[in-house]
Ligand binder design. Structure first.
Ligand code: NI
Length: 170
């Protein structure tokens, strides 16, 4: 089992649009398995490949955090095809440790993606799952949740990060 290190803001790979996956081989399946292990090791409920410095459109989500194995989702080249409603909840990110801010998201989304074998499927979710789907797919487009808050709040967050960096805690 290989645990990948999660990179933090402002690592350039986090701000880049990730590449589509075109090869569905054992290497991809292994990487997805490692992404789940890395996500659990970091106590997260979602992880996108750019967060482990791999600029490819791959994300894993488990909002049950190992409680319900059927709810593990691996998304390759995912796209939000429908969205409805609005929710405002606090969000965090493994690439922005200690930062939590309220973010406006759709209440419900439907996502089309490919599985590790390249087979298309759709997944829909509300509440936390909807939030995780939107947050992880944002990562594949180089967007972090702090890009979706007010300019003032973003400035406060960036100031806090600078302080943590100075203290050697980032
Ligand atoms: Ni994140």
């Amino acid at each position: 089992m290989k645990i990948h290190e999660v990179v933090k803001y402002p690592e350039a790979v986090l701000a880049r649009r990730a590449d589509e996956v075109t090869v569905f081989d054992q290497k991809l399946a292994t990487l997805v398995g490692e992404m789940f292990d890395s996500m659990y090791a970091a106590q997260g409920i979602g992880l996108a490949a750019p967060q482990i410095a791999i600029s490819q459109r791959i994300a894993v989500i488990d909002v049950s955090f190992k409680e319900r194995p059927g709810e593990k989702i691996a998304l390759i080249n995912p796209e939000i095809i429908e969205r409805e409603g609005r929710q405002v909840e606090e969000e965090g990110c493994l690439s922005l440790p200690e930062i939590r801010e309220k973010v406006v998201r759709a209440e419900w989304v439907k996502v089309r993606a490919l599985d590790v074998t390249g087979k298309p499927f759709e997944v829909e979710g509300t509440e936390l799952l909807a939030r995780a789907l939107q947050h992880e797919i944002d990562h594949l487009d180089g967007v972090l949740f702090i890009d979706r808050i007010s300019r003032l709040k973003r400035e406060l967050v960036l100031r806090k990060i600078k302080k943590l960096q100075k203290a050697g805690e980032w």
